[in-house]
Design a protein around this ligand. Structure first.
Ligand code: ITT
Length: 210
C-alpha cells in the first residue's frame, strides 16, 4: 500500500508537536503537518475529547482531523495517572485545574496536583499515551506508558505539563531536567510511536517522499 509522505498531527499542543517532530525524525520519509495549518476549526479537536478512555479520545481526534482535511491523521491522547489519587488526573490531565481550559494550563495543573499530594507518601505515578492513526481508510492504534514517581516540588525547565515533578523509574532526573533526547529515549510517547510504526509497517503502508 502506498501513501503520501504527509501526516496531519491532530494536536493543538505545540509542545507535543515539537516532541513528535524529534521522535519522528527517525522516519525522514514522513512529514508532519501542524493541525492549525490544515484545519479551519482546529479548536474542535479539543471538543472531540469527550470519551472515557485515552484511546477513544485519540480516535475521535484523528477521525475529526481526517474527515476535515482528507489527510492521513495522527492523534495523541495522553495523561498522568497518580496511584494515590486513584488514577487522577488521568484523561483530564490537560484540564485538571480548569475544566473549561482550551490553552495550556501547565502551571495551575502542577500546583493543584502538588497540593493534592501534600503529605501523601505514595508518590507512584505513570504517564500514558494512546495514539490513533487513520490512513488509507485504516485505523491503527498503540499505547505506551512510563512508570515513575512524583516529587514534592518542581525541578527542571524542559518539556511540558507535569514533566517538572515526574521522575521516571531508574532515573534521578525529572523529565524536565532531561534533554529532549533523553526524554524521547524512554517516554510513553516514544514507546507508543514505536509500537504504532511497527503496525504501519506490518500493514505494508509505505511513505513516499516526492
Ligand atoms: P491535544 O489534545 O490538542 O493533543 P492536549 O494538551 O489537550 O493537546 P491531551 O488532551 O492529550 O492533550 O492532554 C494531555 C495532558 O497530559 C497534557 O496537557 C499534559 O498536561 C499531560 N501530559 C501528557 N503527556 C505529557 C508529557 O510527556 N509530559 C508532561 N505532561 C504530559
Amino acid at each position: 500500500m502506498r501513501s503520501s509522505h504527509q501526516i496531519l498531527l491532530a494536536t493543538l499542543n505545540p509542545h507535543k508537536f515539537q516532541e513528535f517532530q524529534s521522535l519522528m525524525a527517525q522516519f525522514p520519509e514522513i512529514e508532519l503537518i501542524r493541525a492549525d495549518r490544515l484545519l479551519r476549526n482546529a479548536e474542535n479537536l479539543g471538543h472531540a475529547e469527550q470519551h472515557s478512555t485515552y484511546l477513544e479520545n485519540a480516535i475521535a481526534k484523528a477521525r475529526l482531523a481526517n474527515k476535515a482535511a482528507h489527510y492521513p491523521s495522527l492523534a495523541d491522547d495522553s495523561g498522568l495517572e497518580v496511584e494515590a489519587l486513584e488514577g487522577r488526573p488521568g484523561i483530564r490531565s490537560h484540564r485538571y485545574a480548569s475544566p473549561q481550559a482550551q490553552l495550556s494550563q501547565d502551571q495551575s495543573n502542577l500546583e493543584l496536583l502538588l497540593s493534592e499530594m501534600k503529605s501523601t507518601s505514595n508518590r507512584s505515578a505513570r504517564f500514558v499515551c494512546a495514539l490513533a492513526l487513520i490512513i488509507e481508510g485504516v485505523l491503527i492504534h498503540a499505547t505506551g506508558t512510563l512508570e515513575g514517581a512524583l516529587l514534592e516540588a518542581p525541578r527542571g525547565t524542559h518539556g511540558f505539563g507535569y514533566d517538572p515533578i515526574f521522575v521516571p523509574k531508574d532515573s534521578t532526573l525529572t523529565l524536565a531536567e532531561m534533554t529532549s533526547n533523553q526524554k524521547n529515549e524512554i517516554s510513553h510517547r516514544s514507546k507508543a510511536i514505536e509500537a504504532l510504526m511497527k503496525q504501519v509497517k506490518a500493514y505494508g503502508i509505505n511513505f513516499v517522499k516526492p
